[in-house]
Design a protein around this ligand. Structure first.
Ligand SMILES: Cc1cc2nc3c(=O)[nH]c(=O)nc-3n(C[C@H](O)[C@H](O)[C@H](O)COP(=O)(O)OP(=O)(O)OC[C@H]3O[C@@H](n4cnc5c(N)ncnc54)[C@H](O)[C@@H]3O)c2cc1C
Length: 497
């Protein structure tokens, strides 16, 4: 053990967590509370607890999940903390009819809540003398199995422990395919709208082309508008579908099971039938989607690889827009941009870019459908000052060159899944190239999507982390199967999602 190497020894070992966004920070808090490990949280940014979703957001970015579903099993609860914080919740409460549990509050508040919990736990641990909870600031560039599980930071520091947990979350977006990839090298292309300062240099009257029409597009369009952008915004995606809107009220009991959804086709038919039943009773279809949620991971794990591929090819877009919805006042703001003509959503694809000194000329091939039918199946030339990639976080690791993943993959410690969704895991343990579940390397959050499918939002990730921490503490590591049952506890916290 040299000066650069620290051996962390805890009651049952030391858990090194790579990434202190929402997932890593919650894992650190729960593992510390459970007392089975000394915990070291490694985060490259200054503040732990925020990550991409709750750090890179402005005041007008609102959670797409109500307060009750953002609860994490911590004390104080999110709702109690919100009430005590004295922040202005007027707009959120007005929208929710005064019911805080069903309110969609600004995303930054959830980040502040998690960060506050973290800072309090850290301070308490430090006051206790030999701290069993530590924060290390740095970027992990290497994860090692030998001689002890551990990590190497970009500045050369090494940390060793007994377990490493990858909680690195959302990868930067991947550039969409385009005929002339040289376009990506021009300053006209903004590859990652979340990168610091990515949107600040856009002239306010310029036309901007946005690739994608999901929640990232919604965030970016609202961010540009709030920053005073007046120029036209043209969003293009294959289907031109925007996320649907939340609706309050009604209840629909859980009904979907692997037996009812042996294939994607059967599952979607069962959902459509349930939506019809709900409509007959005056219950919004949103409650049916909510009722489906606890069963998703189990159903997904029962599907064969070709069935999963079929679902992704034919149903993913429709699934995503119904499952990941906007808060009503976000939808209102977006609708205002569309209504004023500033934002236009095109269903189609980009067939060419020509970058010049004063802008870029983009050729769009229309699909027909979507919000804009005026150029049915034709071509359109858009002259824009910039093109922003709003396709959302990248998920495939097969060709990813980013440390520490490339070396882990090349050494066979991690295996990207064949569908490009993330990394192969069993019970959150990384599966190696021989198909064995690791006893020391685990992952949580979006990285584990191949086993879970829906592991995007806080309720599912929180359930996953609660289960993993219990498993790690009990020494029941690498338990095979998807721990979907725990979702029920978290998902059924309230009527609305
Ligand atoms: C824009 C956006 C809005 C969302 N809104 C909602 C919502 O309203 N409700 C909801 O339930 N869900 C929402 N989600 C989904 C979900 O909450 C997030 O995906 C979730 O926060 C994932 O957290 P994470 O910690 O796994 O990943 P991230 O937030 O991506 O955090 C990963 C952390 O790891 C760090 N890191 C990465 N690599 C390294 C390294 N090598 N060394 C050290 N540190 C590293 C990063 O700096 C980062 O802090 C949203 C997601 C996004 C992207």
């Amino acid at each position: 053990m040299g000066p650069e190497s620290e051996r962390e020894k805890g009651p049952r070992g030391t858990l090194i967590i790579v990434g202190g966004g929402f997932s890593g920070t919650l894992a650190a808090l729960l593992a510390h509370r459970r007392g089975a490990f000394d915990v070291v949280l490694v985060e490259r940014e200054a503040q732990a607890g925020l990550g991409l979703a709750y750090g890179a957001c402005d005041a007008h970015h609102v959670l797409n999940v109500p307060v009750v579903r953002m609860e994490l099993g911590l004390e104080p609860s999110f709702a109690t903390w919100l009430q005590a914080s004295g922040v202005d919740l007027e707009a959120a409460l007005a929208e929710a009819g005064g019911d805080l549990s069903q309110a969609f509050v600004p995303r930054a508040l959830f980040g502040a809540y998690v960060a506050t919990q973290w800072e309090a736990a850290l301070a308490e641990a430090q006051n206790a003398g030999a701290p069993r909870l530590r924060r290390v600031r740095g970027a992990v560039v290497e994860v090692r199995a030998q001689p002890m599980p551990g990590v190497v930071l970009a500045d050369g520091r090494r940390l060793t422990g007994t377990h490493v947990l990858l909680a690195t979350g959302n990868l930067p977006p991947k550039p969409p395919r385009c005929a002339d990839a040289a376009f990506y090298d021009t300053p006209r292309f903004i590859p990652d709208p979340w990168a610091r300062g990515a949107l600040t240099a856009l002239p306010p009257d310029a036309t901007v082309l946005l690739i994608g029409s999901g929640l990232t597009l919604v965030d970016v369009a609202l961010k540009l508008a709030a920053a005073g952008h007046r120029g036209p915004l043209v969003a293009v995606s294959r289907h031109g579908l925007l996320p649907q809107v939340h609706a309050a009220g009604g209840r629909f009991a859980a009904f979907l099971s692997p037996a009812l959804a042996p294939t994607p086709r059967a599952g979607l038919r069962a959902i459509r039938q349930a939506v019809a039943r709900a409509a007959a009773e005056g219950i919004p279809w949103q409650r049916v989607m909510d009722a489906v949620r606890p069963a998703i991971a189990t159903i997904w794990s029962h599907w064969t690889q070709p069935e999963k591929a079929r679902f992704l090819r034919h149903a993913r877009t429709y699934w995503d827009v119904h499952r990941h919805r906007m808060a009503p006042r976000v939808a209102d703001r977006l609708q205002a941009l569309i209504g004023s003509g500033q934002l236009r959503v095109v269903a189609g694809r980009i067939t060419g870019y020509r970058a010049g000194t004063d802008g870029v000329s983009i050729t769009l091939r229309h699909r027909g459908g979507g919000h804009d039918r005026s150029h049915d199946r034709g071509h359109e030339e858009v002259r824009a000052a910039a093109v922003i990639n709003c396709t959302g976080p990248r998920s495939d690791f097969a060709t990813l060159g980013l440390p520490p993943f490339a070396a882990l993959r090349d050494a066979g410690h991690i295996v990207p899944d064949a569908l490009g969704l993330g990394l192969e895991t069993r019970g959150c343990a990384l599966v190696d190239r021989y198909g064995a579940a690791s006893s020391w390397l685990h992952a949580v959050g979006p990285l584990t999507r191949p086993a879970w499918w829906e592991i995007t939002a806080v309720p599912e990730i929180a359930a996953q982390i609660h289960r993993l921490v219990e498993d790690l503490a009990d020494g029941t590591l690498s338990a095979p199967g998807v721990p979907a049952d725990l979702l029920v506890d978290f998902v059924n916290l309230g009527a609305g999602i």
